[in-house]
Design a protein around this ligand. Structure first.
Ligand code: ZN
Length: 277
């Protein structure tokens, strides 16, 4: 299974399960995650949802190079009402696909009406930041490291552009301009993380936090979550992200125009990994 689902009392644990590819997210994983979250929302026994990654790493980001990369596969669309990207070409294809599986899905998951906690160890790179950021809280182990290196592709950050809101403007610029890894401790100082714990304690600390939240009433939690999300949107999160999504697609299109169709600026999974390690 690409995604494992387990209920432990009032807590649903959703685990990305492609450890052999550092949990790189292909579309099969995206839709499996969506199904798991839907199951947790529909189960009245579930009060809190934990998102974790199996193995050494939380996630290396979007799948741009494994044998199970599935950008040309159709799935039943869930996030936006738009035509299927399969069969479309150029910017039409990219805009349709990324509106659905990246920006749309992340926004859909941010609105899950139950508290979500990301439990992060090892790599949390680029598209993986999006997954951690849509969760309400993030608990990271002290070995966790983070980066959004996509400026190397000529692209101004990953599709779910929450950087200035979760990092603050100056840290956001540093992270984007350098593309370098930053540590869990650094992320905590920038306000991106709730807790940094020893690797051996990550699961128990995450579950302890989830169980503490789980005693609160469901409706109170849902409304408190909505309240903070609405405040973030009033601080420009949603509209800012919409405008940057346009810049993001301009960058993809520019890359493709300059290189005969390669929207990733000549980079692939290997070159990106080599440059940022
Ligand atoms: Zn993109």
């Amino acid at each position: 299974m690409t995604v494992e689902y387990e209920r432990r009392g009032p807590v649903a644990v959703v685990t990305m399960n492609r450890p052999e590819y550092r949990n790189a997210q292909n579309s099969a994983m995206t839709y499996a995650l969506d199904a798991a979250f839907t199951r947790a929302v529909d189960d009245p026994e579930v009060k809190v949802i934990v998102l974790a990654g199996a193995g050494k790493h939380f996630s290396a980001g979007h799948d741009i190079g494994t044998p199970e990369r599935d950008v040309d596969v159709s799935f039943e669309r869930k996030a936006v009402l738009w035509w299927d990207h399969v069969g479309a070409e150029g910017g039409d294809q990219r805009f349709a696909r990324e509106s659905e599986v990246y920006l749309g899905m992340c926004r859909r998951w941010r609105e899950i009406p139950k508290p979500t906690i990301a439990s992060v160890q090892g790599a949390c790179i680029a598209g993986a930041l999006m997954l951690a950021w849509v969760c309400d809280m993030i608990v990271a182990s002290d070995d966790a490291f983070f980066a959004d290196p996509v400026v190397r592709m000529g692209i101004p950050g990953v599709e779910y552009f929450a950087h200035p809101w979760v990092l603050g403007p100056r840290a956001a610029k540093e992270v984007l301009f350098t593309g370098e890894r930053f540590t869990a401790q650094q992320a905590k100082e920038w306000g991106m993380l709730n807790r940094v714990v020893p690797r051996a304690d990550l699961e128990t600390e995450t579950m302890a936090l989830a169980e503490k939240i789980a005693v609160m009433p469901r409706m109170g939690l849902a409304l408190a979550k909505k309240a903070v999300n609405q405040a973030e949107d009033l601080m420009g999160l949603r509209s800012g992200m919409d405008s940057v999504f346009g810049l993001h697609h301009f960058a993809h299109a520019h890359n493709a125009e300059m290189s005969g169709g390669d929207s990733l600026g000549g980079q692939d999974a290997r070159s990106m990994r080599d440059a940022s390690s």
